[in-house]
Write a protein that binds this ligand. Structure first.
Ligand code: 5GP
Ligand code: MG
Length: 177
């Protein structure tokens, strides 16, 4: 059990379980992209710890870019919530892109991100996520590489926060019922 901010959480995935799965994901990706160069796009903040462990095990030539999706209210659009990709310095043209995400929940983040990425004319785009909540998903882009499919309960740790805290935890914890 761990206390994060004002809530209590139980261990859900241990550090060992996580690292075993992360290694297996890295091997699958390395197989699929054998002899190809990959540009990994890491979605901050949540994916930072997953990305660090995953990338250490990647066996193909890897470039890494760290980005954030930020929403702003654009122009005269009344409800115009527009997503902007910040921090991407590389051109994506002709590149094999793998997006690294901590968790795919409703899929809204990917629905916002993927069209922006395709606009930059990459050769291919795949999504790698450590966690996936199939019951919550209603998006258009299914993740290609999934570490763990999990139930809808809120999780924290290993990069994921609750109230800005808990990202440094080695394991993943689920909200206590
Ligand atoms: P989506 O856009 O797919 O609905 O959600 C993606 C984002 O929602 C994730 O990157 C993460 O920031 C947040 N999120 C979704 N579920 C959880 C959860 O169980 N715990 C935490 N800490 N964040 C979550
Ligand atoms: Mg995220």
């Amino acid at each position: 059990m761990v206390q994060v901010s004002d809530k209590q959480f139980d261990v859900f995935l241990s550090e060992e379980e996580i690292l075993r799965e992360v290694r297996s994901l890295a091997w699958r990706i390395s197989e699929d992209y054998r002899d190809k160069e990959v540009l990994f796009i890491v979605l901050l903040n949540g994916a930072f710890m997953f990305a660090a462990d995953l990338l250490k095990e990647i066996q193909v030539p890897a470039a890494v870019s760290f980005v954030k999706l930020s929403s702003y209210h654009g122009g005269t659009e009344s409800s115009g919530k527009v997503q902007e990709l910040i921090g991407l310095n590389e051109t994506l043209e002709g590149k094999n892109v793998v997006i690294i995400e901590d968790i795919v929940d409703t899929g809204t983040t990917m629905d916002n991100l993927i069209p922006i990425v395709y606009e930059k004319l990459p050769a291919s785009v795949k999504i790698c996520t450590l966690l996936y909540k199939p019951e919550a998903f209603k998006g258009n882009f299914l993740p290609d590489y999934v570490g763990f499919s999990i139930s809808n309960a809120f999780v924290v740790g290993y990069g994921l926060d609750y109230n800005g805290l808990g990202r440094n935890l080695k394991a993943i914890y689920q909200l206590k019922k």
